[in-house]
Ligand binder design. Structure first.
Ligand code: K1U
Ligand code: ZN
Length: 172
């Protein structure tokens, strides 16, 4: 089932999500629907709060909507930034940020993620490049943050006025 994705400036996207305490059928169905929604929207990641469920669950598939070969469901993910690895600055987009807006964001180059999977099995791995960026982007959603919150006041202001202008034109 496809789920509607909340869009900025919806205030619900600023909520901090709660830990998942039990992995039941409802959580499993939600994970399946999140993957379907992510593929349909042509994303490489999706966090539960983006579809209005304020729990700490994310889905990722860097192989993309065509291949769909690398899907991953992470529950209660915790990131440890590896400071020695430095930073990377990659272009990000977000399924919750309208106008297909993209901008460069500085992130930790490497992170270690610890989580559990849908079988409640512990998962731990080191991530770099796009996987590191995507994990940090998705965990930010769980903490009520969007990638545009990392931009300078000037860049963010330019984006929000573009969005406001579009809304104004649509009202006319
Ligand atoms: O969380 C989301 O809104 C999904 C988001 C994930 C993401 C993309 C790029 C960098 C960090 C996190 C997207 O999938 S945006 C859409 C997109 O199609 C995309 C952007 C860059 C590379 C590949 C895909
Ligand atoms: Zn996003």
């Amino acid at each position: 089932m496809l789920l509607p994705i909340l869009k900025f400036p919806d205030k619900r996207l600023t909520q901090v999500s709660k830990e998942v305490t039990e992995i039941n059928d409802e959580i499993k169905t939600l994970a399946k629907n999140m993957l379907e929604t992510m593929y349909e929207a042509e994303g490489i990641g999706l966090a539960a709060p983006q579809i209005g469920q304020f729990i700490r669950m994310i889905v990722i598939d860097l192989s993309g909507p065509e291949e769909r070969s690398d899907s991953m469901v992470l529950i209660n993910p915790k990131l440890t930034k590896i400071d020695d690895a430095g930073e990377i600055s990659g272009e990000e987009g977000c399924l919750s940020v309208p106008l297909n807006y993209r901008a460069k964001v500085k992130r930790s180059a490497k992170v270690i993620v610890e989580a559990v999977d849908l079988d409640n099995k512990p998962v731990k791995f080191e991530a770099e490049d796009l996987m590191s960026v995507c994990l940090q982007h998705e965990v930010d959603h769980l903490d009520g943050k969007l990638f545009i919150d990392h931009l300078s006041m000037l860049k963010r202001g330019m984006y929000t006025s573009r969005l406001a202008n579009k809304a104004k034109k649509e009202k006319l």
